[in-house]
Design a protein around this ligand. Structure first.
Ligand code: FES
Length: 124
């Protein structure tokens, strides 16, 4: 049995939304101390809707695929919906991840939540 689903491989090979948003109004950076992988998310939010999202991930293939899928799941969505994004939803959208790679999807959830938190704190 293949270790990774076709979708994981596809997002790893052709990650969506890679890069930086210069005028982002929500930025989140997280890391996993165990594996050393780092993920940075940039959000451009207008009228409480995620108009654009980009990421930079220095990490494993699953982390790249998870970042890519996570950005696809929240692009064009209201902030309130993006806040509900879970790593489970990211992994499911990728047709699953091996158990020992689930923490890679957690990193994506955390990066998005950190960016949303940053956005919220800038509103005050
Ligand atoms: Fe750490 Fe994938 S091995 S994020």
């Amino acid at each position: 049995m293949a270790l990774y689903s076709e979708k994981v491989m596809e997002h790893f090979r052709n990650p969506r939304n890679v890069g930086v948003i210069e005028d982002a109004n929500g930025i989140g950076e997280v890391g996993n101390a165990k594996c050393g992988d780092i993920m940075k998310m940039y959000l451009k939010i207008e009228d409480d809707v995620i108009q654009d999202v980009k990421f930079e991930t220095f990490g494993c293939g699953s982390a790249i695929a998870s970042s890519s899928m996570a950005t696809e799941l929240i692009k064009g969505k209201p902030v309130s919906e993006a806040e509900k994004l879970t790593n489970q939803a990211v992994a499911e959208a990728l047709d699953g991840l091996p158990a020992y790679k689930m923490h890679c999807s957690v990193l994506a959830e955390e990066a998005i939540h950190a960016a949303l938190e940053d956005y919220r704190s800038r509103q005050k």
